[in-house]
Design a protein around this ligand. Sequence first.
Ligand SMILES: [Zn+2]
Length: 206
Amino acid sequence: MQFSSVLLENAVNEFAKLPGIGKKTALRLVLHLLKQDNGSVLHFSDSIAKMRSEIKFCNRCFNVADGDICSICANSLRKQDIICVVESIRDVIAIESTQQFSGTYHVLGGIISPLDGIGPDQLHIEALVNRVEKEQTAELIFALNPNIQGDTTIYYIQKKLQPYAVNITTIARGIAFGGELEYADEMTLARSLQNRLPVEKYVSHR
Ligand SMILES: [Zn+2]
């Protein structure tokens, strides 16, 4: 791509560093910003810079926060004795979008993956165990991706939690809603059979 302005080229190169953004899309975004007035572009760049420099992580659940404690942990209407354990902040946002969960979260910051050199010590697992002990958590719901690393992580944490009277569950796994049986892989189909539900429970959830 040939540019007649280094300023333009620099901006395009910065946008193109973002995931999923190629040079062409970057150029389109930059040209769009060029059409905006100075004030709104300043507001745009300011909010990104401010987000990066001022954002914090919740002392309790490691979700993003504006202060020491996130708005979910600080909300007395949420069930503070139910913890949903997730891998990343993206998972918190995905579950919050369903508006079906009224407990709190614990963001592990990854999952145990020896091949990638990620062990339990690099994750917020000890903090979770301490939290369950201190807060006398009633239920822990694992909402981790259904793969070997996710299962390893669940296994590891539930062993650590054995001394405590916490009810441990995982989100259901199986055929996606609207999916077709014949296209499901064997693992998914096998899990669906293992984790089958009584029909009245299944129907009442619709
Ligand atoms: Zn929190």
